[in-house]
Design a protein around this ligand. Sequence first.
Ligand code: BEZ
Ligand code: FE
Length: 292
Amino acid sequence: MRNVTEDNLTDTFLSYFGDDTDPRLKEIMDSLARHLHAFAKETKLTHKEWQKGLDILRSAGAITTPERDEFVLLSDVMGLSSLVDMVNSSEDGTSSSVLGPFHISNPPAMDMGADLRGDYDGELILVSGSVLDTNGKPIEGATLDIWQTAPNGLYSSQDPEQDKYSFHAIFTTGKNGSYWFTTVRPVSYTVPTDGPVGEILNATGRHPWRPSHLHYIIKADGYRDLVTEVFPDDDPYLDEDTVFGVRSDLVMSYVKQQADSFPTSGYALSGKVAEEYSRVDFDLVLTRDVSA
Ligand code: BEZ
Ligand code: FE
């Protein structure tokens, strides 16, 4: 096209694709270009504003390391990570939710009933539930990879004071599909604000808080992997998660219990609990992997 105009640029862009371009790549690039071009036209984007956008991307690249990915965080606070989750979520299982940047590979395998709190201060919680299929049948041999913040609101990868794997564990379900362990109650925390994402949040009058949560990745043969998190119903940020991760089926309750009701067997802390604790029961429903 020799005379490219505001009106024909998008079609011109699409006409430049080679004939053997992968059809899915073509579909994605086609849609991306149409939306980007419409965005620039609709907002009458100025050169200065466009330069600012590029600066943000440059700063995201500069601050990104293997341990801290600012592009993922940008996608999270823009709601894109959650939207990708939603469009790929199964309809009948437990909802998925954002992975976040703080998961560590190869967490230690632990026996059911293990205690993740150790010597940390903070409210003791007992977490239990079952991994089920969509007919309510327990799934044996499902792995639950679980991680959370310490009581200071930091994940172990953010905090040199913590052991590498503190508050990370992997459990495998037995015949009845159930899981159980104790830990400390996670706290609400802020996403990192020392990079360009912090600048965007600040400029748009947004806070950086996430409601407290426990992260899960659940895998079982023949089922779709489930990446999700569960949130307590009394968290002040439940309705304003800065990364849009909350779904109503992921909200649970902590139920206060007296010390003497703590199970007398089956837990590392059985026979050792002399304080009130809270109990959470949360079942996770996996859907069949039809692509397998
Ligand atoms: C998290 O839940 O760990 C998380 C998710 C998105 C951005 C930052 C943290
Ligand atoms: Fe988190």
